[in-house]
Design a protein around this ligand. Structure first.
Ligand code: SF4
Ligand code: SF4
Length: 668
């Protein structure tokens, strides 16, 4: 059976690996050789194994094919969907908790982390309800306390959710989905989907909505904001993506960082510059230690430090297959156990760093945030010890690297749109109103081994050709980078209106916004667009749309659900996890829109995605009355009034993000 590969780099390296080890199982080979296709019940959401009378395979509308307990397809598929959300929300949020704990220890002098972005201090303080007039040290301590409280609070409202536009917060209150504490929402959702608890699919799905909001406006947002404080807020930076000779270096000890937690990777960067480590590397014949990223840990250090990224989730095996990787350091999430088998073919050490995330066949070195440099040096010493074992006859580094520009946090987008004194979304809103920019689309989430088509790339090209500005995160961003779409030169592929805007500000047509948790940045960007004025009063009115064309992880479902519950349509592909229940799917595709303004859709080809997404943007433009071209008029008087009446000064100015008091006055 012929094995198909996802991209030319993967094909070259997998082919080489299979020549060296023909019996080895790699992910694309497992797809072909498993012999059992994914089961339709499992894929469509109607297999229940929530108790030991099952597993029960349910067929909607067939009485004898309900579960033994009588659960029908709507109950089972809603429960399964909710559990995907709970899994995803817990992963993002536990990541947020890791960062919150490190932050707490840092501000209490127990961990040697500094605050690299003090400009953001008051923004985060304000969002968490901390008095911004307190001393810097007191603000830091209270941010740390409030971040922990967001996880544990039993009642009341999650304070970060108050960052959303007011009409949206009111809807969340009305339908009782405004989250309490993050942990409470996850535990409650697992409870209510236990056998014999919540038996009404709509109620289960509203529970899923609440839990997802606790992720997007809670756990993920805490991860993003606190990471920005301690590691720095991303700014535009040139970098490289995909495997190549200047990404994996023949003359250096190569170490890949893979997973999601940037603290380990950041410490490794510092350790790689330590004289003792450089000296050790030289002693074994290397010029030093070279770090490369994979997956979302890669995205985190790519965005902040410009570290090259070797590939997305689907390239985690082939990075090792270069034969030039001394160690792969993993933290949490999206790490395939198969990498230890690939590593066994070479001299590569797989090193786990988090006690909740271990693997048979790997070396474990627990990352200690109180002594990050020491732990990182211990890890790098293992990597250096592997360098003399590298077999030059097995080394093959394809030269497929692409130059990119990354680092588009929402603060940065405001800055590049308006400059230092007028940083805001106003220029973007104006260009949407005047029709140069049709709207904004987010292409987020995973890539995966069962999908061979390059959906994200073809889709992004079609969107930008239709003047849609694209924001991207996660492994989709890496894929789009590999296709050259994160370079300013890709503006040539944009439609004339979008190209004109991009050329004026000098940025790519596809903006890399960050890792999976950084989808929370998109929520803030959408909120800022609403507050800026001229495009309605709530997120659902914006001509925006999102998608995850190759969703793989539970986190993608949680992300999609918090976007939908925040008012944005999300197109999932290549399949939808409740599709075997018409009732559940109808609720998620249509009925939920009446509650929050967002909804789900499914598509399987780039063309289908593009049609749905462009249609959605056009519907929103029509509803706003901006669907007709207005030649030679920037925006009409009504729109100008709407923008002027708003006289909106983003809190980023009021809270010193963009500079001093004089600058605030210049803005106002
Ligand atoms: S909870 Fe009901 S549907 Fe699920 S496995 Fe048990 S009996 Fe079957
Ligand atoms: S985008 Fe998906 S595959 Fe990639 S790191 Fe995030 S969850 Fe994992």
């Amino acid at each position: 059976m012929k094995i198909e590969f996802q991209n030319p780099t993967a094909e070259k390296l997998y082919s080489k690996l299979l020549e060296e080890a023909p019996d080895l199982y790699i992910a694309p080979k497992r797809v072909e050789r498993r012999g059992i296709l994914p089961c339709g019940f499992g894929k469509g959401g109607t297999c229940c194994r929530n108790c030991n009378m099952g597993p029960c395979q349910i067929v909607e509308g067939v009485e004898e094919l309900k579960g033994i307990c009588g659960a029908d397809a709507s109950v089972v598929s809603a429960r399964n969907f909710a559990r995907l959300v709970a899994g995803g929300a817990s992963a993002h949020s536990d990541h947020g908790r890791i960062i919150a704990r490190a932050f707490y220890e840092a501000v209490h002098g127990k961990a040697p982390l500094e605050i690299r972005d003090k400009r953001k201090l008051k923004i985060v303080a304000n969002a968490l309800g901390v008095d911004t007039n307190l001393s810097e040290q007191e603000i830091l301590k209270q941010i740390a306390d409030k971040a922990f409280q967001a996880f544990s609070q039993q009642e009341g409202e999650l304070i970060l959710a108050h960052r959303a536009p007011r009409p949206l917060v009111e809807k969340w209150r009305k339908y009782k989905v405004l989250p309490r504490g993050i942990d409470r929402e996850v535990v409650e959702l697992i409870h209510r989907t236990h056998m014999g608890v919540d038996q009404y699919y709509k109620n289960i799905l509203l529970g899923a909505a609440r839990c997802a909001l606790a992720d997007g406006w809670g756990g993920s947002m805490i991860a993003t904001e606190l990471q920005d404080l301690i590691l720095g807020t991303p700014k535009p930076i040139k970098a490289r993506v995909n495997i190549g000779k200047n990404v994996i270096r023949k003359d250096m000890v190569n170490v890949a960082v893979h997973g999601h937690d940037p603290l380990v990777a950041d410490a490794l960067i510092e350790a790689s510059r330590d004289p003792e480590i450089i000296e050790m590397a030289k002693k074994v014949g290397a010029k030093g230690v070279n770090l490369v990223g994979v997956c979302c840990t890669g995205n985190e250090v790519l965005m902040r430090r410009g570290l090259p990224i070797a590939g997305s989730s689907i390239q985690q095996e082939v990075v090792i297959a270069t034969g030039a990787l001394e160690a792969m350091i993993v933290d949490v999430q999206c790490i395939m156990p198969n990498i230890t088998q690939i590593a066994n073919e070479y001299h590569t050490a797989v090193i786990t760093t988090n006690p909740i995330s271990m693997m048979e066949g790997a070396i474990h070195v627990s990352f200690n945030e109180k002594h990050p440099l020491e732990t990182a040096k211990e890890i790098l010493k293992i990597a250096i010890s592997r360098f003399p074992k590298r077999d030059p006859s097995k080394v093959y580094i394809p030269n497929d690297t692409v130059e990119i520009v990354v680092g588009f946090s929402h603060e940065t987008i405001m800055y590049i749109m308006g400059g230092r004194f007028r940083a805001s979304y106003k220029p973007l809103n104006e260009n949407i109103i005047n029709g140069r920019v049709l709207g904004v689309a987010a292409i987020v989430g995973c890539d995966q081994f069962r999908v061979k088509e390059n959906i994200q790339v073809e889709l992004a090209k079609e969107l930008i050709a239709n003047n849609v500005l694209v924001l991207t995160t996660g492994c989709s961003a890496i894929k789009l980078g590999m296709a050259g779409l994160l370079a300013p030169e890709a503006a040539e592929l944009a439609g004339p209106g979008l190209r004109e805007v991009l050329e004026a500000i000098g940025c790519p047509p596809v903006l890399h916004v960050g890792s999976c948790v950084d989808n929370s940045r998109i929520l803030i960007a959408a909120t800022e667009m609403v507050h800026t004025g001229g495009l309605g009063n709530d997120i659902y009115e914006l001509p925006t749309v999102g998608c995850a064309p190759q969703w793989m992880s539970e986190k993608a479902v949680s992300i999609g659900m918090y976007f939908v519950t925040s008012g944005i349509q999300v197109v999932f592909g290549p399949n939808f996890p409740t599709i075997k229940s018409k009732k559940t799917t109808h609720f998620l595709f249509y009925e939920i829109e009446k509650y929050f303004g967002g909804s789900w859709r499914v598509a399987s080809t780039a063309n289908e995605f593009a049609n749905i997404m462009i249609d959605r943007i056009n519907q929103k433009r029509k509803a706003l009355g901006i669907d007709k071209p207005k030649p030679r008029i920037l925006y009409d008087m009504a729109m100008r009034r709407a923008l002027d009446e708003a006289r909106y000064i983003p809190p980023f100015h009021k809270l010193d993000y963009f500079g001093s008091v004089e600058m605030k006055q210049a803005v106002s």
